[in-house]
Design a protein around this ligand. Structure first.
Ligand code: BYC
Length: 333
């Protein structure tokens, strides 16, 4: 795997490399985690903790930049100047989120080139949700409402995750995600006040995006490979199933205000549990999508690879400029 064979920078020289497993360092690390404290880039950390963070943060970063594609598809077709400006700002925000997250991952001793190589070669995962197509303008509203809504639900607890650079990146990301969710809901409210055709378009988009949004939270807790350890390390503060339930409970009420139905005949209030019950998730579909065989996996990956290749001249020019500046500074010194 892309996270398995990377060189690790030294931390405090007097403590030796941070990969060295040492009972005392481990005890200090555990005590800090148990006290709800933060681990910083230069602190000693168990190698498995570091690898888990590289895996999750890079998957998250990849999701942000791949997530620009389905919405970017509609920038040239936005119905008004105002909607176009909002969508442009949102898609740019997602690029920024990718940047913060790649920078957070780099503090763990991996390079951005290695992470992107893992994405481009298909080794690294990104969120399943971005392998579905955006067929109509209503999809843009529904992505904001449901996809960004699910993302915020998942990401708010990450603002308090145990790794400092990741937690701090998430604070800003969550503020922007909140704007994204509202602009999507606002777009849908406007369409729902329009013609019958517009209302049908919204309902159709909700029908297509509801189940994939529910899948964003990952497998059930009982099937989740990493949950137990990630919870122990304070990376995961709320479980996949609990977050999914919070999302369903919040979204049902928002759907009522909007005037759309959610495509689940088993969705009903359970007074005993104090939550909405909902139907069975199609895990075969989820597994197919994350294995690379969803509707848009091939298109998404080839668009990213093309963007990387087309941008080679920019990277080369930036490097040449930096070298020229450094040579000038040296000559002047
Ligand atoms: N899609 O043990 P589990 C956004 C994988 S971007 C694909 O529960 P974990 C936005 C998982 O990686 C939103 N794969 O894993 C951007 C693992 O596979 P590996 C992205 C998934 O990590 C633009 C396996 O299944 N958000 O909001 O403990 C526009 C077992 O799962 C998915 C984040 O990335 C999935 N949905 O928990 C608009 C948030 N779910 O690695 C919006 C940060 C699971 O062993 N990430 N897998 O091969 C997380 O919070 C966690 O990584 C997850 C999964 C909750 C997603």
């Amino acid at each position: 795997m892309y996270t398995q064979a990377l060189d690790i920078p030294q931390q405090n020289q007097d403590k030796g490399p941070r990969v060295v497993e040492n009972a005392q360092y481990q005890a200090e690390f555990d005590a800090r985690i148990d006290a709800g404290g933060y681990i910083e880039a230069k602190d000693w950390m168990p190698e498995a903790y570091r690898k888990t963070l590289v895996r999750q943060i890079s998957q998250h970063a990849h999701s942000e930049i791949v997530g620009m594609l389905p919405e970017g598809n509609w920038i040239t077709r936005a119905p008004t100047l105002k909607r176009k400006a909002i969508l442009l700002a949102k898609v740019q925000d997602e690029g920024g989120h990718g940047l913060y997250l790649y920078a957070a991952a780099e503090t763990l001793g991996v390079s951005r080139d290695e992470l992107l190589e893992a994405l481009h070669s298909g080794k690294a995962k990104y969120s399943s949700i971005f392998n579905y197509p955006t067929l109509t303008w209503a999809d843009i509203g529904v992505i904001g409402w449901l996809v960004d809504g699910a993302a915020i639900m998942n990401q708010i607890p990450l603002c308090k995750c145990s790794y400092g650079p990741y937690a701090r990146a998430m604070v800003r990301i969550c503020k922007e995600e909140s704007f994204h969710q509202r602009q999507g809901y606002d777009l849908l409210l406007t369409m729902m006040q329009g013609t019958d055709e517009q209302r049908e378009m919204v309902q159709d988009a909700v029908n297509r995006w509801w189940w994939p949004s529910i899948m964003m939270f990952g497998p059930h807790d009982s099937e989740s490979t990493h949950s137990e350890q990630s919870s122990r390390w304070g990376i995961k503060r709320i479980s996949n199933d609990d977050l999914r339930q919070k999302f369903v409970d919040a979204t049902v009420e928002q759907a009522k205000v909007l005037g759309v139905s959610l495509p689940d005949p088993d969705l009903k209030w359970n007074a005993e549990r104090g939550h909405y019950d909902f139907g069975a998730i199609d895990w075969d579909e989820f597994r197919t999508v994350i294995a690379g065989h969803g509707q848009c996996n091939v298109d998404r990956l080839s668009a990213r690879v093309k963007a990387w290749e087309d941008g080679a001249w920019v990277r080369e020019a930036a490097l040449a400029y930096a070298e020229k500046q450094a040579a000038r500074a040296k000559a002047a010194a």
